[in-house]
Design a protein around this ligand. Structure first.
Ligand SMILES: NC(=O)c1ccc[n+]([C@@H]2O[C@H](COP(=O)([O-])OP(=O)(O)OC[C@H]3O[C@@H](n4cnc5c(N)ncnc54)[C@H](OP(=O)(O)O)[C@@H]3O)[C@@H](O)[C@H]2O)c1
Length: 351
């Protein structure tokens, strides 16, 4: 039930690109009290049908044609869950059709496409959310809430790492290792860590400079068309420094490391050291919670993400990360990839 004072309207949701992540978007729309999955589209009708069935949306409209999906009058929101090289075109077409949208990461594989998407969404006046779903992971929510409460004072060093040895069984593996569809280590997956690093440093805090390195080694996997591991260091306008290591060829279980060092304390994943909240502590205070410790999409908190998009559409709530915010994450990625390629630091903003 929607909270008192909030709209009880039920929005029609559609999904385009019926693969691995799409099933979880579909389930989140069905679970949300203010959305219903009404259409699923994909290259293959069979994939769309399977996705609808996975979410028990047996009466959903099935199509292989994106324009036909956009013409459905009961579709208010579209989730774009195809591979990244198609996101920009689909976003611009959905904006022209007046649809709100949930765009999978990375939003695009080049900077100009990001700016075109931003213009189209702004002109259409539609709401957007970008699928950095870890904003709804309980451990990361605790981290943001502790920073907001002043538990660690002013953060001045933030390090977030995405260490995930990509397995060949992942449905997206065949295309995500290619330059044309995966892009780079930071675009393909490290973008989650960059988003979190910006979130903890303060999204209003502009980044002014970045230096990055691709990691060279003689690994045994020859599938990668780009260096699978990239490390960046960046400086924010207020002096905060951030580090992100995106390591996609590691031999270890999935790990999303979070370290935030502030003037009054430090957060390391779900551990807190706080001079202000816990002046008598003699060891780390550990909060039992759900950590971001799996690459499996069924573990990811898409429910919260869909609820946030719906609240922005129906209640006028602020939504983060929307397209404008995600574009700042992507700006850092393009600058970092340029730095790794040229061997020189890159100043932001990009022109
Ligand atoms: N936010 C997260 O945590 C998260 C997690 C995983 C993935 N993702 C992102 O979600 C997106 C999809 O990833 P995935 O793992 O779900 O990949 P996937 O399993 O390969 O699914 C993509 C689906 O898109 C369809 N498709 C492929 N090319 C298309 C095209 N040119 N036009 C229309 N449909 C096309 C395919 O459907 P058919 O079967 O019909 O051919 C495919 O099943 C990527 O951007 C990825 O980075 C995000």
């Amino acid at each position: 039930m929607a909270a008192k004072g909030k709209s009880h309207k039920v929005l029609g949701a559609a999904i385009f690109g019926a693969g691995w992540v799409a099933g979880e978007h579909a389930r989140a729309y069905q679970k949300c009290p203010r959305t219903k999955l009404v259409a699923v589209g994909s290259r293959k009708a069979e994939s769309a049908r399977k996705c609808a069935a996975y979410a028990d949306a047996h009466d959903a409209f099935i199509t292989t044609d994106f324009d036909e999906l956009l013409k459905c009058p009961d579709v208010d929101i579209v989730s774009i869950t195809t591979p990244p090289d198609t996101h920009a075109d689909l976003t611009i077409r959905a904006a022209h059709a007046g649809k709100h949208m949930c765009i999978e990461k990375p939003i695009a594989l080049d900077w100009n496409s990001c700016l075109e998407m931003q213009r189209a969404v702004k002109r259409a006046g539609v709401k957007s959310i970008v699928s950095f779903c870890l904003h709804w992971n309980p451990s990361l929510m605790n981290t943001r809430s502790l920073i907001d409460s002043g538990a660690i004072g002013q953060p001045y060093y933030v390090e977030v790492d995405y260490w995930h040895g990509m397995k060949k069984w992942y449905p997206q593996y065949p295309w995500s290792v290619t330059k044309a569809q995966g892009g780079s280590s930071l675009l393909s997956a490290g973008c989650h860590a960059i988003d979190a690093m910006r979130w903890f440093a303060g999204v209003e805090n502009e980044i002014v400079e970045v230096a990055a390195f691709n990691v060279e080694h003689k690994g045994d996997n020859k599938d990668w068309e780009y260096p699978p591991s990239t490390v960046l260091i960046c400086r924010f306008k207020n002096g905060t420094v951030g580090i992100v290591a995106s390591i996609l060829d590691c031999k270890m279980p999935y790990s999303f490391n979070v370290d935030v060092v502030g003037t009054k304390g430090t957060i390391r994943d779900n551990r807190l050291w706080s001079e202000t909240l816990l002046p008598g502590q003699s060891s780390w205070n550990t909060t039992p919670t759900i950590l971001p410790d799996s690459g499996d999409v069924t573990h990811h908190p898409f429910d919260g993400q869909i609820e946030a998009l719906v609240a922005s559409i129906l209640d006028g709530a602020m939504v983060l990360p929307d397209l404008d915010d995600a574009i700042k994450t992507h700006e850092l990625i393009f600058a970092a990839d340029q730095s790794a390629e040229t061997g020189r630091p890159v100043k932001l903003p990009l022109s």
